[in-house]
Design a protein around this ligand. Structure first.
Ligand code: 1GP
Length: 246
């Protein structure tokens, strides 16, 4: 079997910027020093096309180097011409809308305009029931064994290439993350509560990409550059090794 490289296979450190939040001036400087491998524009609440456009203008000014992807939460806010688009499918949502309904409606409406070659489908496994995204998508709280089963189902039944272990706003269970990375053989993303070198190292060792969000907007003990270094220094994750053998 010929393994394809995942579009984010070289993206160990991803920063997620929310169009509904203002990046502090000092954080732009920190972001330049951290040199993220990819900038993901996305958020859960109050996203509008105008806010997306404003944020993209600021990113072009302050962070012109890394590729910019948009995580689509509303097809009406899609900004054309970016490096790529991440399409979330919440695999533990109780609402079919977040697994396939909204996606089918977008295909029905936009059809041939969708740049399929520039899309990464993210299987979202939301493990922080208090996160805004968990509430919005009606995410089902899962015991560990079921979380592992969902991850396996995402791979074996849905053939998803990307699993996003999402703890947004909270530090996650790293023991579970490692188990998930054994169960899911595709590209595994971790996000949630990374605000220190220790946490950055811990989650990077169990994932292919680490997404940092809140730390951009809040004062934290370690700088974004230090977090980035910790992520890049952590031992390569299981599937990154697998792909590099191809
Ligand atoms: C949010 O996974 C990202 O969607 C990052 O989480 O904001 O907690 O860093 P934090």
């Amino acid at each position: 079997m010929q393994l394809q490289r995942h579009p984010w296979s070289n993206c160990r450190f991803i920063v997620k910027l929310d169009p509904d939040r203002t990046v502090p001036a000092a954080a732009w400087q920190q972001l330049q020093e951290a040199e993220p491998d990819l900038v993901l524009v996305g958020g859960t609440e109050r996203i509008t096309y105008a806010k997306v456009a404003d944020l993209l203008g600021l990113i072009a000014l302050h962070l012109p180097v890394p590729p910019i992807w948009q995580e689509i939460s509303d097809p009406h806010c899609v900004y054309p011409g970016l490096a790529g688009y991440a399409v979330p499918c919440v695999i533990n949502s109780a609402s079919p809308e977040w697994m396939i309904g909204a996606h089918a409606e977008a295909i029905d409406r936009f059809g041939d305009l969708i740049p399929w070659q520039s899309i990464v489908v993210e299987g979202y496994l939301i493990l922080n029931p208090d996160a805004a995204v968990a509430k919005l998508t009606n995410a089902i709280p899962l015991p560990d064994s079921l979380a592992l089963a969902y991850a396996q189902a995402a791979q074996t039944i849905w053939n998803l290439q990307t699993l996003y272990v999402e703890y947004s706003g909270r530090w996650g269970d790293i023991e579970l993350l490692h188990k998930l990375s054994e169960r899911f053989r595709g590209h595994l993303i971790y996000g949630g509560g990374v605000d220190s070198v220790e946490r950055a190292s811990a989650c990077a060792s169990g994932s292919d990409s680490v997404i940092i969000g809140n730390a951009v907007y809040e004062t934290q003990r370690d700088s974004l550059a230090e977090l980035a270094t910790a992520i890049r220094s952590a031992a390569p994750s299981r599937s990154a090794r697998l792909l590099s053998e191809v």
